[in-house]
Design a protein around this ligand. Sequence first.
Ligand SMILES: Nc1ncnc2c1ncn2[C@@H]1O[C@H](COP(=O)(O)OP(=O)(O)OP(=O)(O)O)[C@@H](O)[C@H]1O
Length: 595
Amino acid sequence: MRYLVPLGFLVFALILTAVPLMAANEYALRLFMLFLIYGLIAVGLNVLVGLTGLVSLGQAGLFALGSYTGAVLATRLGFDIVASCIGAAILSGAFGVLLAYPTVRVKGVYLAVVTIAFGIIVENVAIEWQSLTGGTTGLSSIPRPNVFGIKLSGFAFYAVLAVTLFVFTLLIHNLKISRYGRTMLAVSQSETASRALGINPTAMRTLAFVVASVTAGIAGTFYAFLNSYISPDIFTFSDSVRFLLMVILGGAGSTFGPVIGAYILTYLPEYLQQFQLWQNFAYGALLLLVMFVLPRGVLGTLRLAFDRWRPADPVPDVAEGLPVETTLRHDKQTWTAELVANALTVRFGGLSALSNVSLRVKGGEIHALIGPNGAGKSTFVNTISGFYQPDEGRCELDGVELTGRRSLEIARLGLARTFQNTELFGELSVLENVMVGYDQRLSYGLVHALLRTPRMQREEFECRRAAIGLLGFVGLSQYANEAARFLPFGLQRRLEIARALAGKPRLLLLDEPAAGLTTQEIDDLEAIVRKIAGLGISVLLIEHHVDLIMALADTVTVLDYGQVIASDAPAAIQNDPRVIEAYFGTPPERAETAA
Ligand SMILES: Nc1ncnc2c1ncn2[C@@H]1O[C@H](COP(=O)(O)OP(=O)(O)OP(=O)(O)O)[C@@H](O)[C@H]1O
């Protein structure tokens, strides 16, 4: 499998080199150059669509923005093509940040509407701002492309476009296989789990928008230089749809899919011209047919077929993994990780889910939080981990205030959690899920990711080794390459624990980890939690399973109707009349008689 991508790049380079030698005439070369420009837009848009799962229908707006910026810089200020591209990239990148902002609140179809509105605004500004854009007449006399005063011939300009597309495809492929690509995929699959691992979803989406905008902006400048003339009617909504289709048709998320999609959708209209009146109908019908037969796009479907007959990737060797002690061990002397919740109150409208709850998880202990259904246990976990904000009271981890902090900041302070309803990144492999958990410990930046520097490779290697070690720790080594959503439920719970541990937490919150497990799986879970505590990590265990609590907990706190009714050693809790009454709804004597 590994050799496929380098082979793809080799074939891509050969095609790009051979085309100008084979081009029958200037028109054929120009059409291919148009494909290269569209390819650049599609490759950038793929980061947004294929990795973060967002839909933009405003790419024509960014394309226009880049075109006008490049054209104005070249005609008014005499910039050459490189300087114009840089100017267009900066401006469209800034608009990418602006476009990413709404994703804090809106997603899916609402976000698509926002991007459509952006495209309409750009079109109208291009029409109305006549002094700068030439209004409906547009901008003409855009100079021939030149670099540092040297004019580029048709073939030289072709070479610039070809190299640009090749380099951007390579850079974006590098981004995809780095921690940034992995994290973007994770955010698209579970924003909640991402936040719990310390990932900032808004930052990831902003990065994706910036990449998609910068490439569209540069492509726009290239287009202005290629055409020598631009006007608002060149950049229409249907172009935005076409750019999105290029990604989907080629195969969203794949390295070369968008390039293939751009090729098909550049040449298809040319080919269909012979059908004259039927051209548009044939275009639509063909697209429908292709998407029906290849729902994952050309490359996505080929990949699926290829995956069926190729031998499965070998499971990583357990010996490759880092010992879990190395990945997780804390010094108990200096790393106490004490959680103190003080008089927490959380209300949902008129309902007090937590009333004045105080609780202390001592460093290194296993503290169980129990209570009947609806007692407020999950609300407590969600409040401690920053998913809810308390109405009153405060909590701190080793003296560091948690109240008022966002969930991702709390995760970065060393508090990891699992979820009552498992929140895995279903499309990622089991190994990748754990590697996403490790993400906050990686320090290489964007430039290292884009260039795949030795530092990036070294850190990724360490991350992979730690993840393999953690999979061994929870007994999931043989499933490393499986998609997480295919794991049986009991194993999904274990994977969530491994992923939470990957961030090297000081306190682990386990929200009903035994729910739905078999007796054997509960025994395994008991051993795992015991080992975790043995490594110096404090554990707050929310559970209904009495045997597990009695076997594991150093202290048990009982919640009922949002209030702490008891907190003591397990044996004392078992005989506490208030606890018996909370569970059985009757005083202890009568509960015994009933039993
Ligand atoms: N987001 C919310 N909005 C409104 N009410 C909520 C919300 N989350 C929890 N509640 C309510 O708060 C109370 C405590 O719920 P919570 O889920 O914390 O209990 P629990 O002890 O975890 O229960 P279970 O063991 O069934 O998971 C319940 O009455 C619940 O309906």
